[in-house]
Ligand binder design. Structure first.
Ligand code: KG4
Ligand code: ZN
Length: 386
């Protein structure tokens, strides 16, 4: 995907970056090359999912996650280098997620990246995991479409639910966020209530395909209210109450309640995103920051963006409002190392790198101003997914 905007350089220095991701339950190492036009190429993308280690507990256990990262990260790096046919001396920098996330895991990837950077005399890039997701749509070329700054981003993952204006590298304005649970968390917990297994999001989506969405009636928190904030804890509690009233707790009941949940979520997401599209369009009409020739674009990213039903509903909403719609391919929606290497390459290309003495930041909002103004709403929170 090519990046073009008034704020980014027209020409890039070709760069090859190793990116490490260890903030939750995926251990990932990837190599990304940024060419002279700012086009990103994934040279290798290795992911080890810890699902089996956590499934027994029905959610991510932070200490198990950290130990598992230690166990496989070096093997994944070696595999990525071999796969791409590269040596450390071919690299221009090492990027790692340094927050937000489970601190034990974040420290594994961060210390590994620092050690390689120190030993090889390479720049170290400290990457905000959310920035990796926010820029991930730029990483993959999709049907020849180009995506340009600014765009409207719906970021929906296991720990975060936010609507953001992405105006350039490091320029993120939060329009709204969840005031309680993240959407991925609501998926995971609802799935757990119904005994759908772990990880809950994909399991609930599969169950919902065969379900009747009108058998159960669920609330649509904040729907119709002004603003772009979200709330999902009431919806999750309603799923629990419905499930407790079900007499025959069989696959049919699971499918019907899952379908009702997904439709309620889609109603809320499209409602809040509609408000954000109003704000986005108004801001850019007033400031004239969006040239008439550029389409307004809604982008959805993060693990929950892998949900086909939600993608479809969001695409319909965007199209009805004259917005283009874009979502990363499924593999790049959930956590991966390529998005971290890519964010690192863009930062290095913009002349940035980080000191080796920086610390992990378990809480690290993308829009620090908005987070300070409203500390209760999503201050970079990311916890266990159960
Ligand atoms: O971005 P991600 O991989 O990790 C975080 O940064 O949190 O997102 C993981 C979340 C989990 O809550 C998972 O259940 C959810 O994304 N998820 C899904 C789907 N695939 C993953 N939720 C709904 N439908 C899916 N197909
Ligand atoms: Zn993530």
């Amino acid at each position: 995907m090519q990046i073009r905007s008034n704020d980014t350089p027209a020409q890039y220095r070709p760069l090859t970056i190793l990116g490490l991701e260890t903030s939750c339950d995926e251990t990932a190492a990837a190599l990304v090359r940024l060419d002279m036009q700012g086009q990103a190429h994934i040279l290798s993308d290795q992911i080890y999912s810890q699902i089996d280690e956590h499934a027994l507990y029905g959610g991510v256990v932070p200490e198990i996650a950290a130990r598992a990262h230690v166990g496989v990260l070096d093997t994944l790096i070696a595999r990525a280098m071999k796969d791409a046919g590269l040596e450390f001396c071919d690299l221009d920098g090492i990027a790692a997620t340094t927050g937000p996330g489970l601190v034990g895991g974040v420290m594994v990837g961060m210390m590994c990246a620092k050690a390689i950077a120190l030993a090889q005399g390479l720049p170290f890039l400290s990457i905000n995991h959310l920035e990796g997701h926010a820029l991930s749509p730029l990483l993959a070329r999709q049907d020849g479409k180009t995506l340009e700054f600014p765009y409207l981003l719906l970021l929906v993952s296991g720990g975060h639910t936010q609507l953001l204006k992405v105006e350039g590298l490091g320029q993120y304005t939060r329009l709204g966020s969840t005031i309680d649970d993240a959407l991925g968390e609501a998926f995971d917990k609802s799935a757990k209530i119904m005994g759908l297994g772990f990880p809950g999001g994909p399991a609930l989506e599969r169950a919902a395909r065969k379900g009747d969405p009108v058998r159960f009636s669920l609330p649509r928190p904040l729907k119709g209210k002004p603003g772009c904030d979200f709330s999902f804890s009431g919806l999750k509690s309603a799923v629990r109450r419905c499930w407790e009233t079900v007499q025959i707790k069989d696959d049919k009941a699971r499918a019907d309640l899952s379908a009702a949940f997904q439709v309620a979520v889609a109603d809320v997401l499209t409602d809040r995103t509609n408000n954000a599209m109003d704000e986005f369009a108004k801001a850019h009409e007033q400031k004239k920051t969006l040239p008439k020739t550029l389409p307004k674009t809604l982008v959805v990213a993060g693990g929950v963006a892998a949900n086909a039903y939600l993608r479809d509903q969001l695409e319909r909403t965007a199209t009805a409002r004259g917005f283009a719609f874009m979502a990363p391919p499924l593999r790049l929606c959930t956590d991966n190392g390529a998005m971290i290497a890519h964010a690192g390459a863009l930062r290095l290309s913009a002349g940035q790198s980080d000191d080796l003495n920086i610390s992990a930041r378990p809480r690290w909002p993308l829009d620090e101003q908005a987070a300070k103004a409203h500390p209760a709403s999503g201050y970079g929170r990311k916890g266990p997914k159960s």
